[in-house]
Design a protein around this ligand. Structure first.
Ligand code: PXP
Length: 240
């Protein structure tokens, strides 16, 4: 199976929002990602609109040629936006205003009923629904019961363990959760904190169909692109 890469462009918008201006444009970033092999574009429309804005979702929904995965909280407002712009998929995530990023998976077990409503409204609109969960068997089962099409396994704890040099236990949890998810008929995706190094062991897990990766790609883009950006300005100023 050819595994898919969804590129999360939230942090292109984070840089733009630092000046509340127009550059860099996440829509341009989406096109560049697609031209270079991305299988899809992921954006998280947060309730506080700290990076991606409603207009980005609107323009992306007309420009993206691959497919859009809209990450969102399971609120009335967000379900309404998804139903309006009809992304290919919606990933339901927990959201706290004070968090720096999505810090853990959804507690599907604890809120199966409210989630069930959001899942079915999105599915009725033809949107594939994925639930972002920790690699925990009870949460995988609860996701199935809530009617989800897919789970996205939160790889944050695994990435921290990888950084600390001792990741086998966390990798084992992801392996078990992914296999169970697949066995009970869920599609399995993964994401959060992945980079060029820590993704390598995960590539040996055949159940994971798709990876959603944002921060490490945008962070690397800043560094690999910085030399050219400085040269352009230096050449102009030095009169070459
Ligand atoms: N998948 C989900 C559900 C997320 O919430 C995030 C972070 O927005 C990602 C993937 C991407 O994580 P990262 O930016 O660390 O690659």
């Amino acid at each position: 199976m050819r595994r898919k890469l969804g590129v999360n462009i939230d942090h292109v918008a984070t840089i733009r929002q630092a000046r509340r201006g127009t550059a860099p444009d996440p829509v341009t970033a989406a096109v560049i990602a697609e031209l270079n092999g991305a299988d899809g574009i992921t954006v998280h429309l947060r309730e506080d609109r700290r990076h991606i804005q409603d207009r980005d979702v609107e323009v992306l929904s007309r420009v993206v040629q691959t497919r859009i995965n809209l990450e969102m909280a399971a609120t009335e407002e967000m379900v309404g936006i998804a139903v309006r712009f009809l992304p290919f998929s919606s990933t339901l995530v927990p959201e706290k205003r004070e968090e720096i990023t999505t810090e853990g998976g959804l507690d599907v077990l604890g809120q199966r009923d409210p989630l069930h409503g959001a899942v079915s409204r999105l599915q009725e609109a033809g949107i594939l629904v994925s639930l972002f969960i920790d690699p925990d068997l009870a949460q995988v089962r609860a996701a199935r019961h809530a009617g989800a099409d897919a789970v996205e396994i939160h790889t944050g704890a695994y990435c921290s363990a990888f950084q600390a040099g001792n990741y086998q236990r966390e990798l084992g949890k992801i392996r078990t959760a992914a296999a169970h998810g697949r066995n009970i008929g869920l599609r399995v995706f993964a994401g959060h904190g992945l980079d060029l190094r820590n993704i390598v062991p995960l590539l040996s897990l055949p159940e994971i169909e798709e990876f959603n990766i944002g921060h490490s790609i945008v962070a690397r883009a800043v560094l690999v692109g910085l030399g050219q950006a400085v040269r352009e300005m230096a050449d102009l100023i030095h009169g070459l």
